[in-house]
Structures are given as structure tokens and as C-alpha cells.
Design a protein around this ligand. Structure first.
Ligand SMILES: Cc1cc2nc3c(=O)[nH]c(=O)nc-3n(C[C@H](O)[C@H](O)[C@H](O)COP(=O)(O)O)c2cc1C
Ligand code: SF4
Length: 647
């Protein structure tokens, strides 16, 4: 008997039966080329089907004739959509059903590629993107209705089991519901009924294309998250009105908007399952199955939501990016083995925001399934004695994958604990979940029988005694010389000191060195310790590397604590109690006095002092991660995976 009986029971979404109640929620991958799917999609989605999910809902497809961007699938391209057939066959071969999401981005799109005006109910720009729209007339409305219908037809003909219409955190259809975007005075504006009219017309046009054996669903935004947007009670009223039409077979809940991204792609400071109450209210007002969402990570949490009747199906995006084997591990009663999503958003939406294909900070195989996926790991032949020097994320990942392949691995760490800088960061307030990245790897190396030597210096003699056939150097990075002049009596600290020994109090100047995101952890540590924070950065804003889903919340919290921001300044010198700054554009100088300490974020230099003594100590020698050049955690872990596969 499964510990999760409801999770593993079948469910019907209209005519489509799912083998279990786990759906992978739609997420833009940025894998398309020229608006078309390709083999990367097949590998990516098949990996999740192989891992056991009941339903995959593929990424937002643009229905606009010329597509929204070459990096989004263009549903109007009939020939292009036929290319989904290969992915659909692969996904179906594992017993998983597959739908696709349809959207017309409107004010959330861009004119840069199509050069055509964006469409909106009343001509408004989005609060965050700022691109004005063309107020839609009757011909525009017909174009949109028929565009959705044609897009649905193309996807269903390609073999999708259903389509989902986005009236969610972005896209024109929600803009019609929104009092902010929709200022119309005709039958499409004003009352809730009028604002829901156009989305209902679109659903009616699509329904005519969806045969008896396919499903039609909606994704519905239950509230917006900016001044002038609608609230939960409005969202529930829209759900009632839409449900009364009987046009769709299921609804997926959604909260917040792209204008305030941290409201639906929430960071780790927002509790797991944060959307459950809103989802339960949604389920009360509709009579079709509800797919849930929102930082669902654990099978027990999923089972509880289902058993309590809050939702009918569990929807996850990021957790399934982080671990495609979630369902299989839950089914095997091995929930502790799940690689947890830590809600950092760095490599999934963080990359997408930069126009880069998505991946995951600690699942380097995400988006690289063809090379690194579940079915690509080859046993080592023969198994060799591998010594990994350095127990940070790069070394841990190397040890895990090398041991999994059958090598005999010894992992040497100079300090008393594994985890390197990720463990250090997890000590900062609000960053505790980072610890789960190394926690997972430590658990893995332990169960794979890696010999771990803590508090050990990897001297040439010690390593030679292990008679290694391969050495992987992963000794990370350490503090670099200060990037400005430091006078006698000045107090200047690095992240190791602040996070390891305690944050300073009094007036503390935090300096972004380059565009590092370490500053988020340091800023939190300083204000929580009671420090009076002044955050200095050379760019037009502080923390430019901190993902948009995280930065507004961080800045709001720092603002509550009285923190001050000073962008567009570089530090010239630090003296006793003083910091001299210069404006990056004008060179104008100013001084901050009464400073207790200056903290510099991300000022690192590689630590590779063991390279020379160890480079010739084994037939194979590799150096990876920060000890080559200090970079992101994701790169350290990726390089560990690749190195371990190459031995
Ligand atoms: C990279 C990325 C892209 C996303 N793109 C879409 C999308 O195309 N359509 C959509 O409805 N939601 C999109 N989402 C939101 C997810 O469907 C989901 O609502 C969100 O990630 C919160 O769920 P989670 O906590 O399980 O990740 C995206 C999420 C991520 C991480
Ligand atoms: S990058 Fe971070 S938020 Fe995104 S899936 Fe991976 S762990 Fe989760």
C-alpha cells in the first residue's frame, strides 16, 4: 500500500484519464528555435514522463500569427507544431498525457520581433514592461479569437491530448479581467460579467476545435499583485462566471502577475504550499477538477492537499525541473532521495529572464538530458581510484557521480564540514534552504559509500598514499585582495568573515563587487544583526544579479529595516570610520562618515595552491569549479557532473 494513496490514484480531466495526480505545470523553456520545438524538448519532457508524471503541460505557446519571439513556440505555425509529434510519441510511450498551453501575450509581449503593435483591451502598457498597446477593435478581437482557435487546432492535430488557455499571471486574456488594463466602456468592460466576456468568447471558439476525446483547460489568475489590480474575491467571481459556461474540463490555479514575479514564482522565504487556501476557495466555486500549484516539494505535502480536498491534481514546475524522478521516488517510498527545489530561481526563471535556455542550479541535466539525463550515465569500466580534493558543491557532485559510476572515491576536505560556500550562504537569514543543495549531495555521497576525509590537508604525500588513478581538484575560491585602497584603522570584511563569524553592527557599508548575488545574503545578515545598512553598487541598481522574483521582496525588507541604497558609485578608499566614493559617470566624490565596517560581496580569487603539487600525482588530473575561476554554484555543480563522467 502506497503512503500516498490519493496521489497515486487515477483522475479524469474531461475525457482524458491520468494515471496519477501529478502534473508538470507549463513553463517557458526557451528551447525553441525559430518558434519551433526540437529534440531538446523531446529529451526534456520525456525525462519527466520517464520519471512518472501523469500529465505534462507544455510551455506557453504564442497564438499571434508571427509568434511572440523565436524563443517561444508559435502555435500558429502549423508545420512547426507538427514537429511536436516526436516529443508526444516519446512522452506517450511512458503512459503520460501531454497538453500545451496557449497564450496571446499582449502587453506582456514585445514588439521587437514581430514589429506589430501589441494588443490590449484599452491601450495600456503593463506596469513593468511599459510597452503601450493598441486598444482592440472588433477586427482585432476576431483576429485573437480565430488565432486561439487555429493554434488549438494545430496543437491537437500534432497529437496533444488537450490544450490549456492562459488567463493567468501574464497574457491578454487576464488583461481583459483586470480593472487596471481594461478601462472599456462597451460590453467588454465594467462589470465582472463584461470583463469575462472576451475570454469566454475565446474559450467558445477553441471548444469548437476540441473533439470529444481531448481536454480543454484554463489557467486562471486568482488575483493580481499591483495597485489597481483585482483581488481574490474578484478572481473567484471570474472562476464562477467562467465555470458556468461549461466550456472547460479543468482549471489550474494561479496567483499574482508577471509585473510582480515574486508573487507566483515565490522565493524560499515564502512558505511551501503558500497557495493552498486560495486553491481550496477556487475548488469550492467550480465543478471541474482543480490543479494546484505553489512550491509543492514533498509527496506527503501533496498527499495532504489532495486528501484534504484542496485540489484534485498536484501541479509542480520547479520541483520537477530540479528532480524529474520525483514521482518514481515517491512511488518507491523514497521521498528523502528527492533532489529538492530550493526556490532560488537562479537557473530556471533567472536564465529565462536573460533569454537563456532554462536549467537548474543543482540539476545540471535539466535542459541537457541528451548528454546528462537519467539514461546516459555509463558504468565506469574499469572502476578507478578517484581522489576529489575539496568538499564544496563541485567536489561533492564529482564524488556523487563518480561513485555512482562505480569508481572508488575518496573526498578530502580541509575544513571540518562539507558544503563549501553553499553551506556558508545557508547560514544567512532567508537563505537556509540553500543548505538543502549540499544536504542532498552529502546524503548521496554517504549512501554511495564515498570515503570522506574531513579536517584533512590534501598534501602531495597524503594523496600519493591513496594511490589515485584520477585526481579532481575542486578547492574553490577564497577572498581576493581588496579592490580599493584600505587605510590603517579601516575595518573591511569579506563574506567568510560576516557569514562565518557574525555580521558587524553600527553603520555598515555593503559593496557589490561586480554584479554578485552574494550581496543578498550579506545584506540580510547585516540588517538582521541590527546593522545600519548602506548598500553601494556601481550599476544603476543594487544587486543586479539577484533575480527579479527575489529582489523586490529583499529591497522591501531592507527598506523596513531602514537600509539605504547608493547605486552608481564606486568605492575609492576606506579609512578609519570613512568610505570615499566616486560617482561612476561624473567622478564626483563624496564621503560616508561614522562607518563601523565595510563588507565586500563576491570579491573572490581562485584557490588552486594544490594544483602544482597534485597535478602529476595521478595519470588523470582535472580542475573544476571556482579553483579555475570563481563562478556560480550552478557551474561548479555542472563541472563536477561533467568531470565525473569523463573519468
Ligand atoms: C522557467 C519558468 C517558466 C514559466 N513559464 C510559465 C508558462 O509558460 N506558463 C505558465 O502558466 N506558468 C509558467 N511558469 C509558472 C509555473 O507554471 C508555476 O506556476 C510556478 O513555477 C510556481 O510553481 P512551482 O512552485 O511548482 O514552481 C513558469 C515557471 C518557471 C520556473
Ligand atoms: S534553479 Fe533553483 S528554483 Fe529553479 S528549479 Fe532549480 S532549485 Fe528550483
Amino acid at each position: 500500500m502506497s503512503s500516498y494513496p490519493t496521489l497515486f490514484s487515477p483522475v479524469r480531466l474531461g475525457p482524458v484519464e491520468l494515471r496519477n495526480r501529478v502534473a508538470m505545470l507549463p513553463h517557458t523553456t526557451l528551447y525553441p528555435v525559430g518558434g519551433r520545438p526540437n529534440s531538446r524538448h523531446r529529451h526534456y519532457y520525456e525525462e519527466r514522463a520517464l520519471g512518472g508524471v501523469g500529465l505534462v503541460i507544455a510551455e506557453s505557446h504564442s497564438v499571434e500569427e508571427r509568434g511572440a519571439s523565436p524563443l517561444f513556440c508559435n502555435a500558429s505555425d502549423r508545420e512547426g507544431m507538427a514537429l511536436w509529434a516526436e516529443t508526444l510519441d516519446a512522452v506517450h510511450s511512458h503512459g503520460t498525457k501531454m497538453f500545451a498551453q496557449l497564450s496571446w501575450f499582449g502587453a506582456d509581449g514585445t514588439v521587437l520581433d514581430s514589429m506589430r503593435p501589441l494588443l490590449g483591451p484599452s491601450g495600456l502598457a503593463s506596469p513593468s514592461a511599459g510597452e503601450a498597446t493598441k486598444p482592440m477593435d472588433a477586427a482585432d478581437m476576431e483576429r485573437v479569437r480565430s488565432g486561439f482557435a487555429a493554434g488549438a487546432r494545430n496543437l491537437l492535430d500534432a497529437g496533444f491530448d488537450g490544450v490549456e488557455v492562459k488567463i493567468g499571471h501574464d497574457g491578454m486574456l487576464r488583461h481583459f479581467l483586470s480593472p487596471y488594463f481594461n478601462r472599456r466602456t462597451d460590453e467588454y468592460g465594467g462589470s465582472h460579467e463584461n470583463r469575462a466576456r472576451f475570454p469566454i468568447e475565446v474559450l467558445r471558439a477553441i471548444r469548437a476545435e476540441v473533439g470529444e476525446d481531448r481536454a480543454l483547460g484554463i489557467r486562471l489568475g486568482l488575483y493580481e499583485s499591483f495597485p489597481g489590480g483585482y483581488e481574490l474575491e474578484d478572481g473567484l467571481e471570474f472562476a464562477r462566471l467562467l465555470n458556468a459556461t461549461g466550456l472547460f474540463d479543468y482549471v489550474t490555479g494561479d496567483l499574482g502577475t508577471i509585473d510582480n514575479m515574486g508573487t507566483y514564482l515565490v522565493p524560499s522565504s515564502v512558505p511551501e504550499g503558500f497557495a493552498v487556501d486560495a486553491l481550496a476557495s477556487l475548488r469550492e466555486v467550480v465543478d471541474v477538477p482543480v490543479i494546484g500549484f505553489g512550491r509543492i516539494k514533498k509527496p506527503a505535502q501533496a498527499e495532504e492537499m489532495l486528501a484534504a480536498g484542496s485540489v484534485d491534481v498536484i501541479g509542480m514546475a520547479r520541483q520537477l525541473i530540479a528532480d524529474p524522478q520525483w514521482v518514481a521516488k515517491a512511488a518507491a517510498g523514497n521521498a528523502e532521495a528527492i533532489r529538492p527545489c530550493v526556490a532560488c530561481n537562479q537557473e530556471c526563471i533567472g536564465r529565462a529572464i536573460k533569454g537563456m535556455a532554462i536549467s537548474c542550479v543543482h540539476n545540471p541535466a535539466a535542459g541537457r538530458e541528451a548528454e546528462l539525463g537519467a539514461r546516459t550515465l555509463r558504468p565506469a569500466s574499469p572502476g578507478r581510484r578517484v581522489v576529489v580534493v575539496g568538499g564544496g558543491p563541485a567536489g561533492l557532485k564529482t564524488a556523487e557521480v563518480a561513485a555512482e559510476r562505480g569508481h572508488a572515491v575518496t573526498l578530502i576536505e580541509r575544513s571540518a564540514a562539507l558544503g563549501g560556500q553553499v553551506r556558508l550562504a545557508s547560514g544567512a537569514p532567508g537563505h537556509e534552504e540553500w543548505g538543502q543543495i549540499v544536504g542532498h549531495l552529502i546524503r548521496r555521497v554517504d549512501e554511495l559509500g564515498v570515503t570522506v576525509e574531513l579536517g584533512t590537508e590534501a598534501t602531495a604525500e597524503h594523496v600519493a598514499g591513496l594511490d589515485p588513478e584520477a585526481i579532481v581538484l575542486a578547492t574553490g575560491s577564497g577572498p581576493a585582495p581588496w579592490p580599493f585602497e584600505v587605510e590603517e584603522g579601516a575595518v573591511v570584511l569579506n563574506e567568510w568573515q560576516v557569514l562565518g563569524e557574525g555580521a558587524p553592527t553600527g553603520k555598515v557599508v555593503l559593496v557589490d563587487h561586480g554584479v554578485r548575488f552574494e550581496s543578498a545574503a550579506l545584506a540580510e545578515a547585516i540588517v538582521e544583526a541590527g546593522g545600519e545598512l548602506i548598500w553601494v553598487a556601481a550599476g544603476p541598481s543594487v544587486g543586479p544579479e539577484i533575480v527579479w522574483t527575489h529582489l523586490p521582496r529583499l529591497l522591501a525588507h531592507l527598506g523596513e529595516k531602514g537600509a539605504r541604497r547608493m547605486p552608481e558609485r564606486v568605492v575609492q578608499s576606506v579609512g578609519e570610520g570613512t568610505v570615499r566614493l566616486a560617482d561612476v559617470y561624473t567622478g564626483a566624490e563624496e564621503t560616508i562618515d561614522g562607518v563601523a565596517a565595510v563588507v565586500v560581496a563576491g570579491n573572490k580569487v581562485r584557490e588552486d595552491s594544490l594544483r602544482a603539487p597534485l597535478a602529476a600525482a595521478a595519470p588523470t588530473f582535472l580542475a573544476i569549479g571556482d579553483c579555475v575561476a570563481p563562478r556560480h554554484t550552478a557551474i561548479a555543480i555542472y563541472e563536477g557532473e561533467v568531470a565525473a563522467r569523463s573519468i
